[in-house]
Design a binder for this molecule. Structure first.
Ligand code: GLA
Length: 347
């Protein structure tokens, strides 16, 4: 595998090329990961359910192993994520005698969690996804009505950024969200972030998750001829607020998002892999053109056999969203992305 050209080297000087890894992918493909990528995210290992399974008992074992690997190979580490409404341990909202925890208790728990985790990784994690997926899907709302909003009101978001900033003033703090290449949600988020910035909240970047399909770079099944342009507009929009942009969870599913009844694909055809390659080239070319604004592009996984999309949104439906197949062999998308850097104008 060492004879393959390296994605990270090819895009060096423009942006980091990262991957979400877990202990399985790391055990199977350590050389491939070290050679192809110069940044990692520890897939689920830094989520609250993993790092604080019981109150006050922090467990960073898995995340530490992956961070150690990254340091050995001089890779950057993105921390994901300090706050989400999923992957929570059961105790978080529990109070005494079967009651819900009161607001004071929740604030204390949030602050302790963020302070302990961020301090633990201080100097090793350079950027944190502080808040994940807090914007509503419905166009007439701003914030998602999740467990945090219900318990603490909208100030939970700015306060989380403040807790993280106190714990590591040098870390870059990101707001991370899906489907924000879609103009409506993009603008609603931008408007919200502008308010936070005006209020002096320490937020430095936006993570565009970038779970894409062959149809569109957002999660609405509208085939679009403007794949790269929509992404470019989203990058320009957030950069216009003075924020750094990272693509944090890039994958390109072979299925539409919303049509769960779409015919099952027995095996990817050459034409399908070619279209995927073209889409990936559009994404990387767009980021290269805007590389003063985009400083990191992270793939959400390494090889097709270990992707979350084999289980979501349909259990046991095989998908092929990444650069490497189940044996770690490069797919057409890998080569096209290499070519996109060498001959940007012709892709
Ligand atoms: C979201 C989360 C990620 C991950 C993916 C699916 O995008 O931000 O942490 O859980 O879903 O794997």
């Amino acid at each position: 595998m060492t004879t393959l050209p390296s994605l990270a080297e090819t895009y060096q000087g423009l942006f980091d090329v990262g991957a979400a890894i877990n202990l399985k992918s790391l055990a199977r493909f350590p050389e491939l990961i070290a050679r192809q990528f110069n940044s990692i995210t520890t897939e689920n290992a830094m989520k609250m359910a993993a790092t604080q399974p019981r109150e006050g008992e922090f467990d960073f074992t898995d995340a530490d192993l992956m961070v150690h690997f990254a340091r050995q190979h001089r890779m950057h580490v993105r921390g994901h994520t300090l706050n989400w409404y999923q992957a929570l341990p059961e105790w978080v909202f529990a109070g005494k005698d079967g009651q819900d925890a009161d607001a004071d208790t929740l604030w204390r728990r949030l602050e302790t969690h963020v302070a302990t985790q961020v301090e633990h990784f201080r100097g090793q994690v350079y950027a944190w996804d502080v808040v994940n997926e807090a914007i509503a899907d419905e166009p007439d709302k701003v914030l998602r009505e999740n467990c945090w909003l219900r318990a603490l009101g909208p100030s939970y978001i700015p306060r989380l950024f403040e807790f993280a900033h106190q714990a590591d003033p040098d870390a870059l703090l990101f707001y991370n969200e899906y489907n924000i290449v879609h103009p409506e949600k993009r603008d609603r988020l931008a408007c919200y972030l502008r308010q936070l910035l005006d209020d002096g909240v320490p937020i430095h970047g936006v993570g565009i998750q970038s779970h894409m399909t062959l149809l569109a770079p957002h999660q609405i099944d509208e085939p679009t001829a403007d794949y790269g342009r929509l992404l470019a507009e989203a990058i320009e929009c957030f950069a216009g607020l003075g924020l750094i942009v990272h693509l944090t969870e890039l994958d390109i599913s072979c299925y539409p998002y919303q049509n769960l009844q779409a015919p099952v694909i027995p095996a990817p055809t050459e034409a399908l892999l070619d279209l995927q390659a073209q889409r990936y080239a559009e994404v990387f070319r767009t980021c290269a053109q805007l590389s003063r604004k985009v400083t990191s592009v992270t793939m959400w996984g390494v090889s097709d056999d270990l992707t979350w999309l084999n289980h979501f949104p349909v259990e046991d439906r095989t998908n092929w969203p990444l650069f490497f197949d189940g044996e770690g062999r490069p797919k057409p998308a890998f080569w096209r992305v290499m070519d996109a850097r060498r001959t940007p104008a012709q892709i």
